[in-house]
Write a protein that binds this ligand. Structure first.
Ligand code: SF4
Ligand code: SF4
Length: 428
């Protein structure tokens, strides 16, 4: 079998958050393969720990991927301050959002991905470092059954570890000594781009990057939990069009036609038609710099961009690619980067910016839940029935015939208890 077939068999997908099936990526042609270990979200360290402990496999996965796509060049994007990693791998960058594919491809190759495009359009393929570890395992016939995670924030023992897929967040919380605040809520995937998670019954999937636990009353959580109508009302009355949100927007600084301060006009200047302003949101990547770092008034330009894009979609308008001018990074691109240390201060996370060291111990539970859709593409089709005994590594659900998708494998030995939108397995 070639690498694409092995990746397909093993259920390898993008581990960085999006969950795009890797077998499609390694079927392409490109001159450069980039390993994304930049992990720029504050407090999350799982890629760093993974690179320290599995540098050889990451490099093996990178080499295999380079061979598969015909690339002559492999680049590892990580952070300067991670000295242990730098000893093992090549250093590059330490700012937010250095893990963004548009930033990473530009930093590694000097090329700018076309608006709304993908790295392949400029001859590059980007893999999260954990996907490369999975690729190396796939080449030896081992499917994806476990996930690297950091659990940080208001927990007794912040840790980085490997969890069997399907483990509940509640189990992770207990594994880290429990919450140290009275009303714990989590940010799933990071403080900047992560989603608020109030249900700790949810399971770990291949795209779970980590959990930041905070009290419901923490300033960052209060901002994240503010209802959208309130966000928009405040924006309408308080935005003075200072344009800091645009001047610090990483995509604007890369040269793209994105201007969140103009999107903010859609909240107030409805007489001129919000659509005129909405299109300035089309190229937003949702990094959150404008809302959580740039705006001196504490407003919500990122959320206004989210709404603007939803409005454009609802109106049936194709996303706007910009004015079509030649892409060129802003002259201040290098100088307006957001250092992660400053971001940690701005987010009120200094007290939680502590090591979350790797432990080889793993959380254990009785019940494991495997969603049929935790990847980009069609949901997987179950291949097991309730009552059936399964072994760790066994296929639970298969890719829908002829569709983009990914297989799902059991992470433990057990008995299938439910088959619906998720498959529930209880340890035997
Ligand atoms: S930074 Fe804040 S106040 Fe300034 S234009 Fe943007 S949203 Fe308005
Ligand atoms: S979230 Fe804000 S800063 Fe980030 S790309 Fe969108 S507009 Fe720019």
């Amino acid at each position: 079998m070639n690498l694409a077939e092995l990746a397909r068999e093993a259920g390898v997908i993008g581990a960085g958050g999006a969950g795009f099936p890797t077998h499609v990526k390694v079927s392409a042609s490109a001159d450069t393969v980039i390993a994304n270990g930049a992990e720029c979200e504050p407090l999350l360290h799982k890629d760093t720990e993974l690179m320290i402990h599995h540098a050889a496999e990451v490099v093996a996965g990178l080499r295999a991927s380079m061979k598969a796509v015909g690339a002559q060049r492999g680049v590892v994007g990580t952070k300067q301050k991670r000295t242990q990693v730098v000893e093992a791998l090549t250093a590059a960058i330490d700012y937010y959002p250095s893990g963004d594919e548009f930033e990473l491809v530009h930093a590694a190759t000097g090329r700018l991905i076309p608006p709304l495009g993908i790295p392949l359009q400029v001859g590059a393929v980007v893999h999260n470092v954990e996907s490369l570890l999975w690729l190396a395992n796939a080449a030896e016939g081992r499917p994806v059954t476990h996930k690297w995670l950091t659990v940080a924030g208001a927990v007794a023992r912040p840790r980085t570890f490997v969890a069997p897929l399907g483990t509940s967040f509640q189990t992770l919380l207990e594994f880290c000594g429990g919450a140290t605040v009275p009303q714990p809520v989590a940010l799933l995937g990071g403080a900047m781009m992560g989603k608020v998670c109030e249900d700790f019954g949810q399971p770990v999937t291949r795209t779970t990057g980590g959990l930041i636990v905070l009290d419901r009353d923490h300033a960052l959580m209060r901002r994240k939990l503010l209802p959208q109508t309130a966000q928009m009302h405040i924006g309408k009355s308080a935005c003075d069009q200072c344009s800091y949100c645009t001047e610090l927007c990483p995509r604007y600084l890369l040269g793209y036609d994105i201007q969140p301060h103009k999107v903010m006009r859609s909240l107030g200047f409805v007489a001129t038609g919000s659509d005129i302003w909405n299109r300035w949101a089309s190229l937003c990547c949702g990094c959150g710099v404008c809302t959580l770092y740039a705006c001196p008034e504490g407003l919500f330009p990122k959320e206004a961009c989210d709404q603007a894009r939803a409005d454009l979609k609802a109106a049936g308008e194709a996303p706007w690619k910009g004015r079509g001018e030649e892409l060129r990074a802003h002259p201040m691109h290098e100088h307006r980067r957001v250092p992660v240390s400053k971001l940690v201060q701005r987010l009120g996370l200094v007290e939680y910016d502590v090591p979350a060291p790797f432990t080889a111990e793993q959380p254990a539970a009785q019940r494991y839940e495997f969603p049929l859709k935790s990847h980009i593409g069609a949901p997987a089709v179950p291949t097991v029935r309730p009552g059936e005994r399964v072994a760790a590594g066994q296929v639970l659900a298969e890719i829908t015939e002829g569709q983009l998708g990914a297989r799902v494998h059991a992470s433990v030995d057990g008995i299938v208890r439910e088959v619906a939108e998720s498959i529930v397995v209880e340890r035997a």
